[in-house]
Design a protein around this ligand. Structure first.
Ligand code: GDR
Length: 323
């Protein structure tokens, strides 16, 4: 019998890469998908696995649909990657963000506790929980001070995972992932917004790129590397929490420079600062220390930001050219 995994958010960037990883390992992969009128499966199609995932319609906000997906798929492993994941939108939709990213985790943990207590659980926590707390490098012992409704909701999701692990002895782990990008990244996130725009400007389809705070610093890794860490966490005898990061931080400005240089352009000739993209509260610097993951999981980031931006630029040049 193959191992069975249930992934919420299977149509997102991380969901698609994780589904591919698990299918390659011989898992039967089930995915929870919210009903949407638009095409949400393009990432699974790009990875050539759209037809290999078994889909369950449901929503993290709806406890009944979560229970049903857990009961029907009978998974050994559940990966909770579903979320309202764009920090900027969380100020416009604070309640939905709280319900999906916060209470949604409890819906899933309760379904596991009641119907599948042996199931191993992964929670997608985030470096946004550190927010205002600057340390030399943020790790599992750094305090939290979230700066957005998204960060606040995710902090609830993180602590409820810890609480269910301690209260009910569930094998529930939380990965505190720093920013992770890829050619499958949504266009609203800054790396993809920049690589898409640089490709369009190069090909004469766009003139300028409007951005917000380009002095913010982020620790950017490759999503394909990070989903391996998720899987490794659930293979450990003991559930725990792990920071997953590269240990290198870069400004949005320098990331832009890399992208524009890839097509022989100077970002300063094209980037326009636009107040509408500034956030009501900003996280200025994120820089993680993945030492625990390295020691205990044997995990290391494999892809530098320069390689990542190169991958994204090449994919966007091809996409824009095909349009
Ligand atoms: P982030 O990612 O908020 O860190 O959360 P995002 O790429 O949206 O922003 C990174 C930084 O860039 C600055 N910025 C802009 N951001 C966007 N999106 N658009 C702009 O025009 C722009 N200009 C400047 C932002 O202010 C910010 O400082 C991501 C998400 O994937 C979360 O779900 C995840 O939890 C964290 O990473 C880890």
């Amino acid at each position: 019998m193959p191992n069975v995994a249930l992934i919420t958010g299977v149509t997102g960037q991380d969901g698609a890469y994780l589904a591919k990883l698990l299918l390659d390992k011989g898992y039967e992969v089930h995915g929870l998908v919210a009903r949407r009128s638009s095409d949400t499966r393009w990432r699974l199609r790009e990875l050539g696995i759209e037809g290999e995932v078994r889909y369950h319609e449901g929503d993290l906000a709806d406890a009944c649909s979560i229970q049903r997906a857990v009961i029907k798929s009978r998974p050994q492993e559940v990966y909770n990657l579903g979320a309202q994941s764009f920090v900027g939108s969380s100020w416009d939709q604070p309640v939905t963000t709280g319900i999906v990213d916060g209470l949604g985790v409890t819906h899933l943990l309760e379904a596991i506790r009641q119907f599948a207590p042996e199931t191993r659980f992964y929670q997608a926590s985030t470096s946004e929980m550190f927010g205002l707390i600057q340390a030399e490098r943020q790790d599992e012992n750094t305090p939290f001070y979230p700066r957005s409704p998204y960060g606040v909701a995710k902090l609830y999701g993180h602590w409820i995972t810890v609480n269910y692990r301690e209260s009910f002895h569930l094998h529930a782990s939380s990965g505190i992932l720093f920013n992770h990008e890829s050619p499958l990244r949504g266009i609203e996130f800054v790396t993809r917004k920049v690589t898409d725009a640089a490709a369009r400007i190069k090909l004469g389809k766009q003139k300028e790129l409007r951005l917000g705070n380009i002095d913010a610093k982020r620790d950017w890794g490759f999503a394909g590397d990070y989903v391996e860490a998720m899987w490794l966490m659930l293979q450990q005898e003991k559930a725990d929490d792990y920071v997953i990061a590269t240990g290198v931080t870069t400004t949005v400005r320098d990331m832009c420079k890399l992208a524009f240089e890839h097509v022989g352009l100077n970002y300063e000739d094209h980037v326009v600062i636009d107040p509408q993209f500034f956030r009501p509260a900003e996280v200025d610097v994120l820089l993680g220390n993945p030492a625990k993951a390295e020691h205990e999981l044997g995990w290391k980031p494999k892809t530098s930001l320069a390689t990542l931006i190169q991958m994204m630029m090449e994919a966007d040049l091809r996409r824009v050219d095909r349009e």
